[in-house]
Structures are given as structure tokens and as C-alpha cells.
Ligand binder design. Structure first.
Ligand SMILES: Cc1cc2nc3c(=O)[nH]c(=O)nc-3n(C[C@H](O)[C@H](O)[C@H](O)COP(=O)(O)OP(=O)(O)OC[C@H]3O[C@@H](n4cnc5c(N)ncnc54)[C@H](O)[C@@H]3O)c2cc1C
Length: 471
């Protein structure tokens, strides 16, 4: 018997892959999923009306790379292919990604041609960044912040105007703290092994080997052929976890909602007891923990304080989300994915997504303002209210986008400790945590966004690899 702790995307995907494994190996492993709230899907939550969709958490998924293609395989298997709304590479939401600098919106260069042209706010064409890399000396390091790495190799402007806002957009974090391995592991290895990124790229072109060993579904092949940039799900991303949940129920997984686990007691290498807040408990041979690392830390602390310490050292940030719907028939925004604000601008917002440009079937203009992240407490304090966040967001919408209309509908949420921060040393810490588990023969596997990547694709892929590793 196996227990899955947490019913977010990580826990649901673990259930999906355990069922697939059961089928493959003709096993009949009984599965339990334990979720503290009355909902499966974790941060993925959509509000759907006839006029608009508000996404309170994630909204777009990337189709590229092994992890992206793996998600598409899963989506096809769940029968969701027809629900996908792809954004192809020639769509304005793919081409027009903006940053707000010096009181202006600037479109970031996205084509090969634009790399040779000077475009604001950069003072030189981006091609100069490559010359910078070629002439910059090599610095030997085990890890570094992504900001330091990019500043050293490509110059300060790229670090400030391209990488820092990108890190805000991906994990609401500070590029000066986030590990270079989070997004640029290969480039960092090229610097460390070959003395620079361009030098590493040249060498890799001679030794290039393809890792295209994964079997692709027809959906994954279509996404590759049609050059999808990102995709969303028609009617809201929530449909995705709902479908996995239904699949688990149809295949007799015992899904327990409103079941908060308060302690995990390891009995021996194949027995673990999960103690519920009601005082009851459940025994399993193995537990797949998909809850955030800080939450898991409190559950294992009594028996394993050292493990708990390492888990709680993975920091998380809080994000404010303000969804706005304007029912005006006028075009209130230029077609684009949205804009991000580099931290050096010291704005109260991280950025704005133009949902009506990325998500289909919206009857008007839909925007989502993201606030806080790594700077939530210093900018707003711990006691900020949803009304205050709404006012701050609206002020910025008026100031930056010059929208004078009042929204016809809105939704404000403060997502407490919602995104883990892969700070310098993260990957070594995760290795240490998994080594401790192995050396102590603890029947537990770690999945979810705390360890192997913060995005939807990473979480699903991590569930797959953890299930395969334990099979
Ligand atoms: C605002 C925001 C925007 C995002 N945008 C994108 C995007 O556009 N694209 C993308 O790819 N990714 C995005 N992400 C990331 C993506 O949402 C996450 O990777 C993913 O949802 C994490 O899933 P998870 O299962 O690891 O964690 P969670 O969603 O946190 O699920 C954990 C579950 O465990 C439960 N739980 C916690 N403690 C206990 C306990 N003691 N007992 C039982 N249950 C417990 C919780 O209730 C929860 O349901 C975004 C995230 C956020 C917050």
C-alpha cells in the first residue's frame, strides 16, 4: 500500500504514474491520496464565468523540452487534447513580451534580426553581450546567483532588464539570490568547463548528441510541428487537475479530502504511519510526499530534526494576485503576453499578464496583476488586506496602461508561501536531503515543486521519475 501526501498537481501526477506502473507491472498496489483541503489541484484554481476566466495560480504551460513533451503525452492520455489552446510562435502573445523601464513599456527582442539592432532600454545591440562573454575571464565556482553569472558573462543591462524580470515572472524571486542552475545550468557548466558560454556552445556543437529518446504522443508531435510557444486550457487550467482526479477515482485510488496529516512516523524501512489531525492514522509501505518542504519539515521533525532543518531551509515567497475584468468593447491593451517590471524599478508590482490575449473565449479585457513575491513583506507588511492590494494594483494599471475604466469584476488573493525559491546551493541541499532519506532507509519519496523544478512540467516530470526510481 502506498500513500500520496498532498493533492496538488504533484500528488495527482504521482497517483497517475503509480497507476500506470501498476498496469505495466501487473501490480495491484492499493493507493491512498490524502489532501488537507476540500479541493484537489493545489495552487491551480480557475474562476469560470460566461464572460471571462480568472486564473488565480498558473495559466500557461510550455510545450518544449523533455518535461514539456512529457506533459503533452499525459494530457493526450487523459483525453484533454481538444481542450488545449496553443499560442504559436507567430502569435502576438509569443512575440510581444514587454518590460516596464523608465516609465515606458519596451518589447523585448525576440527574433534573430532584433539581436543585431539596438532596442530600448538596452544601450547596445544584444550581440555585444556575446563579445562580452568571449573576452570575460573564467571564474571557478560551485554555484552562483543567476544575476552574478549573467552580469559577468553578458553585462549588467542583460542582468537587470532581461534576467531579473524573467526570474520575477517565473518564481517571483530575486535573481541576485536564485541559483544559476535554476535556468542556466548548461551555460554555467560551459563557463566552468570551457571558460565561457560561446566557447562551450562551439564545443557542444561538435559533440552534440540528441536526448530525443522519449516516445511522443500525436499531441506532442503536433506541438513540435506547429511550433507552439506556450498553451493554456480552454475554460481554465483547473480542468487539468480535475481530469487527473477523475482518472484516479475511476481507477480506485482512495482520495481523502479534508484530511490533514500532522505527523509522519517511520516504523521501519517499509512501514510508515501517517497521523491525521482527527487523531486517526493510516499505515502504508511507502509515502510519496508532495506537500511543500516547509510543511513536510513539521511532520518529520520529532523523529528526524536534521532532515526537518534541511527541508525548512528551502525558502518560499508569498504572491498577491489581482484578476481584473473590463467589459468594455474598446481595445484597452496592445496585443501582448503582458509586461514584467525589473526589480531596479522598485515598483509595487511584479508584472501584469494580458489574459485576454493569451486565454481564448474572453468577452472583454482580462488582466492579472502579480504583486510581492520575494519583496512581499518589505513592500506591504504581513497585515496588508486584499482591498489594499486591489488599490495598489489599480493605481499601477492606470499609471502604466492608462486604463480609465472601472473593472466590471475582480478577484484578489494572497497566496501565502506559494512559490519555492531555488537559492544558491538549492541543488546540493536537495541532494543532501535525499541522501539522508536513503542512508536512513526511510520509506518516503519527495515530489512537488520544492525540489526538482517549480513549474507545472517539472512537477509532473518529478512525479514520474520518483515513481520510476522507487518501482
Ligand atoms: C501564482 C502562481 C503562478 C504560477 N504560474 C505558473 C505558470 O504559468 N506555469 C507553470 O508551469 N507553473 C506556474 N506556477 C507553478 C505551479 O503552479 C506549481 O508548480 C504547481 O501547482 C505545484 O504543485 P504541487 O503539487 O507541487 O504543490 P501545491 O499546489 O502546493 O500542492 C500541495 C498540496 O498539498 C496539500 N497539503 C499541504 N499540507 C498538507 C498536509 N499536512 N496534509 C495533507 N495535505 C497537505 C495542500 O493543500 C495542496 O493541495 C505558478 C504558481 C503560482 C503560485
Amino acid at each position: 500500500m502506498a500513500a500520496i501526501l498532498g493533492g496538488g498537481l504533484g500528488g495527482l501526477s504521482t497517483g497517475y504514474y503509480l497507476l500506470k506502473n501498476n498496469l505495466k507491472s501487473n501490480n495491484n498496489l492499493k493507493l491512498f491520496l490524502l489532501e488537507a483541503t476540500n479541493y484537489c489541484g493545489g495552487w491551480i484554481k480557475s474562476i469560470r464565468t460566461k464572460d471571462y476566466v480568472f486564473e488565480q495560480g498558473p495559466r500557461t504551460i510550455r510545450p518544449k523540452g523533455v518535461t514539456g513533451l512529457n506533459t503533452l503525452n499525459m494530457i493526450e492520455d487523459l483525453g484533454l487534447s481538444e481542450h488545449l489552446a496553443p499560442i504559436k510562435s507567430d502569435h502576438p502573445a509569443a512575440k510581444n513580451r514587454m518590460i516596464y523601464v523608465n516609465k515606458n513599456l519596451h518589447i523585448l527582442p525576440s527574433s534573430l534580426m532584433s539581436v543585431f539592432q539596438k532596442s530600448q532600454p538596452f544601450s547596445k545591440p544584444l550581440i555585444y553581450a556575446l563579445f562580452n562573454d568571449i573576452k570575460s575571464p573564467h571564474k571557478e565556482l560551485r554555484d552562483d546567483s543567476i544575476y552574478n553569472f549573467v552580469e559577468r558573462r553578458f553585462g549588467k543591462e542583460i542582468a537587470d532588464y532581461a534576467i531579473s524580470p524573467m526570474i520575477c515572472g517565473i518564481c517571483a524571486g530575486d535573481a541576485k539570490e536564485i541559483s544559476v542552475k535554476f535556468l542556466m545550468k548548461t551555460l554555467f557548466e560551459w563557463e566552468q568547463n570551457h571558460g565561457g558560454v560561446v566557447k562551450g556552445l562551439m564545443k557542444s556543437m561538435f559533440n552534440s548528441k540528441t536526448d530525443d529518446t522519449m516516445e511522443l504522443s500525436s499531441l506532442a508531435k503536433r506541438a513540435k510541428e506547429e511550433k507552439w510557444n506556450v498553451y493554456t486550457i480552454r475554460g481554465g487550467l483547473e480542468i487539468f487537475p480535475e481530469s487527473i482526479h477523475d482518472y484516479l477515482i475511476e481507477n480506485n485510488v482512495d482520495v481523502n479530502l479534508n484530511t490533514k496529516i500532522e505527523e509522519i512516523e517511520f516504523k521501519d524501512s517499509s512501514t510508515v504511519e501517517l497521523k491525521k489531525s482527527t487523531g486517526e492514522s493510516l499505515k502504508a509501505n511507502h509515502v510519496y510526499a508532495s506537500i511543500p518542504a516547509y510543511a513536510l519539515a513539521t511532520l518529520v521533525k520529532r523523529q528526524h530534526p536534521q532532515l526537518a532543518q534541511n527541508l525548512s531551509d528551502i525558502p518560499f515567497v508569498t504572491v498577491g494576485i489581482v484578476n481584473l475584468y473590463f467589459d468594455s468593447s474598446k481595445d484597452l491593451i496592445e496585443p501582448a503576453f503582458g509586461f514584467l517590471v525589473p526589480p531596479i524599478e522598485n515598483s509595487p508590482i511584479l508584472g501584469v499578464v494580458f489574459d485576454s490575449c493569451c486565454i481564448p473565449d474572453q468577452n472583454g479585457t482580462v488582466l492579472t496583476v502579480m504583486l510581492g513575491g520575494r519583496w512581499f513583506n518589505e513592500k506591504f507588511g504581513e497585515n496588508v488586506t486584499e482591498d489594499q492590494l486591489y488599490d495598489i494594483a489599480m493605481n499601477e494599471i492606470v499609471r502604466i496602461l492608462n486604463i480609465k475604466e472601472k473593472p466590471a469584476a475582480c478577484n484578489v488573493n494572497i497566496l501565502k508561501q506559494c512559490i519555492p525559491q531555488y537559492v544558491i546551493g538549492h541543488y546540493e541541499r536537495v541532494e543532501k536531503i535525499r541522501r539522508y532519506i536513503q542512508e536512513n532507509n526511510l520509506p518516503i519519496s519527495l515530489v512537488g515543486c520544492s525540489y526538482d523544478g517549480v513549474g507545472i512540467n517539472d512537477v509532473i516530470y518529478s512525479a514520474k521519475t520518483q515513481v520510476e526510481d522507487h518501482a
